[in-house]
Design a protein around this ligand. Structure first.
Ligand code: AMP
Length: 128
């Protein structure tokens, strides 16, 4: 199914290049369905990205076109990464930006995991 709001998958995007090993990442987890690595510009003491191995532009694309195994495998990996990072007792936030209003910069579906401090409001208020 085609996805409105974003271009087709671009295999030159930076996360595709990380998946192919063409550029380095600080990897924290890898399995058949997901790769997790530290964000290069962390917004919290812990800021890790989890990406599916398949070529999905966004959550909109992934939620429609990924297989049941890919969806289950990916979300289990998100939970495992947060658990392995030691975030469960203090808590954490997961977030996925989608499209223009979501502020998505990299067109390969990814989930941010933030933790290590009180994270404040869920969505910032608009600038006055
Ligand atoms: P988003 O705005 O949701 O698309 O987030 C993209 C994220 O990717 C940002 O938080 C960037 O800091 C992060 N990022 C971009 N390039 C890299 C890279 N080479 N390694 C790790 N994180 C990156």
């Amino acid at each position: 199914m085609s996805i409105t709001g974003l271009p087709p998958y671009d295999s030159t995007n930076i996360f595709a290049r990380i998946l192919r090993g063409e550029i380095p990442s600080r990897k924290v987890h890898e399995d058949d369905y997901a790769l997790a690595f530290h964000d290069i510009n962390p917004q919290a003491p812990v800021h890790v990205l989890v990406i599916p191995k398949g070529p999905y532009v966004s959550h909109a694309d992934f939620s429609v076109n990924a297989t049941e195994a890919e969806i289950a495998g990916f979300w289990r990996a998100v939970g495992k990464v947060a658990r392995d990072l030691g975030l469960e007792s203090s808590g954490y936030r997961i977030l996925s930006n989608m499209g223009a209003d979501g502020g998505q910069e990299v067109p390969h579906f990814h989930v941010h995991i933030f933790g290590g401090r009180r994270l404040g409001r869920m969505v910032p208020r608009p600038e006055a």
